[in-house]
Structure formats: C-alpha cells, structure tokens
Design a binder for this molecule. Sequence first.
Ligand SMILES: NC(=O)C1=CN([C@@H]2O[C@H](COP(=O)(O)OP(=O)(O)OC[C@H]3O[C@@H](n4cnc5c(N)ncnc54)[C@H](OP(=O)(O)O)[C@@H]3O)[C@@H](O)[C@H]2O)C=CC1
Ligand SMILES: Cc1cn([C@H]2C[C@H](O)[C@@H](COP(=O)(O)OP(=O)(O)O[C@H]3O[C@@H](C)C(=O)[C@@H](O)[C@H]3O)O2)c(=O)[nH]c1=O
Length: 287
Amino acid sequence: MKKILVTGANGQLGRCIKDAAAGYPDVEFVFVSKEDIDIEKADLVTDYFRRNNFTHCINTAAYTNVEQAESEEEKAFAINAQAVKNLASTCNKNDVVLLHVSTDYVFDGKKKSPYLETDATNPINVYGASKLEGEQYIQKITEKHFILRTSWLYSQYGHNFLKTILKYAEAGKTLTITTEQTGTPTNANDLAKALLQIIAQDSTGYGVYHYSNSGETTWFGFAEEILKQSEKLKEADLAKTNHYRTFAARPEYSVLDNTKAQNTLKLKYIDWQESLQSVIKKTVINL
Ligand SMILES: NC(=O)C1=CN([C@@H]2O[C@H](COP(=O)(O)OP(=O)(O)OC[C@H]3O[C@@H](n4cnc5c(N)ncnc54)[C@H](OP(=O)(O)O)[C@@H]3O)[C@@H](O)[C@H]2O)C=CC1
Ligand SMILES: Cc1cn([C@H]2C[C@H](O)[C@@H](COP(=O)(O)OP(=O)(O)O[C@H]3O[C@@H](C)C(=O)[C@@H](O)[C@H]3O)O2)c(=O)[nH]c1=O
C-alpha cells in the first residue's frame, strides 16, 4: 500500500492535495503542517521518516513571499534550499520517491516562446534563486524524484492573486495591474490532481517537468478575467500599468512548455480561463 507524506499541509497546494486525496481511498496520506514537522529541522525529519514507512513524499512546504525574500535571503534559502537538501537525502536513504514543486521564477524571462525543461535557468530574484538551489540539491542527491515547475498558482485557499483581486473588488478599490509580465495562471487543484496521478500510475520517468494550465496572459489579463467571471468587472475601476513598483524583479515572460509532461506522464492540460471558472465559484462563496 502506498503511504504518502505531504508537507506544507496548511498551504494552498497542501490543502488542494487534501481535497484531491479523497479520490484515492486505497492510499494512506499523512498531512503535516509546519507545526507538526518543521522541514528545516533535519533531525525531526529523519526521525519522522524512520518511524513511518513512506513510499512517497510530496513537498509543498516553501518560503513563497517573493517580495519579502529580497530582505530575508537567509530564511528563503534555509527553507527552499537547505531544508530541501535534507529532505532529498532522507528520501534517498529511505527509498522514498520525492515529488517537489518548483517555479517559473527559475527563469530570467528573456525568452519569447514557452520555456522547456532543458532551457538555461537564470533567476532574477531571491525566491527564484532559492528554489533553483533546492532543485539542484534534489537532482544531485536522489534519483527517484519528480520536480514539477509550475506558475502563478491560485486556488480557493490561502493567499494568492485571485483572492487579492476579489478582495479589492469587494472593497470597491480601484485596481492598477501590471502588463509587464506574461505567464500562465495555474489552478492549484489541477496541479494537486496531476501530482497524485503521477503517483497512481507508478511513473518512473524521474526528472524535471513543467506543469501549468495552458494558454498565456499578463497579470492585468488575469485580473480582468477574474473580474469578468465573477461579474465584478467595472472598467472604470481597473487600470493598466507598465510601471508597477516592486522590491523583487520578475521574469517578463515565463510561460512553461508542457509537452514533456504531456507525452511522458500523460498529464492533461486544461485551459487557464476554463479552469478559473471552477475556482471562482468556490472562492466567491468562501469570501
Ligand atoms: N504560489 C504560487 O504562485 C506558486 C508556488 N509554487 C511552489 O508551489 C509550492 C506550494 O506553494 P503554495 O501552496 O502556493 O505556498 P503556500 O505559501 O501557500 O504554502 C507553503 C506552506 O509551507 C509552509 N512552510 C513554510 N516553511 C516551512 C517549514 N520550515 N517547515 C514546514 N512547512 C513550512 C508554510 O507554512 P507557514 O505559512 O506557516 O509559514 C505554508 O503552509 C511551493 O513549493 C512554491 O514554491 C510554484 C509556482 C507558483
Ligand atoms: C497586488 C498587485 C500586484 N501587481 C503585480 C505585482 C507583480 O508584478 C504581479 C504579481 O503579483 P504577486 O505579488 O501577487 O505575485 P508573485 O508573488 O510574483 O507570484 C509568484 O509567486 C511565486 C510563489 C511563484 O512561484 C510565481 O509563479 C508567481 O505565482 O502583479 C499589480 O500590478 N497590482 C496589484 O495591485
């Protein structure tokens, strides 16, 4: 029987995996939050693996505040790189398959067509650099790994762009949204299902994969679609900018090419606008 450890259980992806896990009654899931297991504490992690016979570990725990990472570099690397290094070596020692989530922000965004897994990485912010180092440790330390790079995650849970936009709109605030970056919004519920599908089909095509919804847009385009679909779009309250000031630089273009995962892992790709509809329904009710 498969026994899957899921870290970062209270984060948005962790919570989406918990929902998706209901479709797998024959699998044992163990969800741990930071309060249960702080992944920075290597001894705790080692001991926890010793006491449990996990077959898989899905690591969703991460430092994800892109802006704050610029002034908390040490903390970002401790969680996204050092802790991941320890997790990889514990998985390796216990013959546990590690599924890890990474980001489009490992790229510099200078490309003009979707990024392939083989394209050179070159992060332009601290968060992206820390996530890349985490990826590199995994690749060096343990063969049995799947690293899924995704982009612009949103869901009905946690903090994300979709919820920020809906809250601003509810409060009647005017939104000024950047057109400076192009990428693909990805429903975290779709990613959760994809991760569980990889495990269910006993895939052994270990390596790095790109997984996002399909299509592309700017953050402005994403905000506009959120407001349209939730019937809150008032043109006068939504403005474009190409000078939105931030601490962290972000890649100008970070669309991910999903062909490898489609062909090798047989993962289905869902249009981002179509996928947004299901989350909008849940999120509006939850606000
Ligand atoms: N959100 C996005 O847009 C994208 C995310 N990703 C990646 O996807 C993954 C999931 O992201 P998402 O669910 O959105 O992120 P969240 O920030 O919602 O969740 C991350 C979780 O990790 C927990 N965590 C932080 N530090 C530790 C620690 N030391 N030990 C254990 N748990 C810890 C956090 O707890 P607490 O809040 O208490 O600190 C939080 O619950 C991450 O790897 C992220 O880098 C990739 C692309 C896009
Ligand atoms: C809130 C807001 C943001 N923006 C801009 C800032 C930024 O360029 C862009 C996105 O803002 P956010 O800070 O919400 O998103 P950001 O934290 O950059 O999102 C990233 O998170 C990490 C974890 C990832 O891995 C990435 O894939 C990506 O999803 O929108 C506006 O233009 N107007 C606004 O009102």
